[in-house]
Every structure is written in C-alpha cells, then in structure tokens.
Design a protein. Structure first.
Length: 53
C-alpha cells in the first residue's frame, strides 16, 4: 500500500487494514528497525519510502 501511495497516514493505513492506529505505529516501527521502510521529511508533508532489497 505504501508503494502505491507513499503519503498514506497511520490513520489511513489503520482504516485500510482494519487495525488500530497504535497497531500500525508498532508495525511501522518494526519495519523501520529492520531497514525496510524509511520516513522522508516531516510528519506533515513527508512521505514513506519502501526500501528495495
């Protein structure tokens, strides 16, 4: 989903996958720790970058 729309918010992701925003934040943190996801720019106006391995 983030590859298709890198400007998705945690609230938007939560609604799309039907879990809580806190659950999305936890999963995003895990992906960032693993080096699979990167946040570019600020919370407002930034975007997500999915790292290709």
């Amino acid at each position: 989903m983030l590859r298709e729309n890198p400007k998705l918010t945690t609230a938007g992701l939560a609604q799309a996958v039907d879990i809580s925003s806190k659950g999305v934040e936890k999963q995003l943190a895990h992906l960032k720790r693993e080096g699979l996801l990167r946040r570019i720019g600020p919370d407002k106006g930034g975007h997500w970058e999915v790292v290709d391995l």
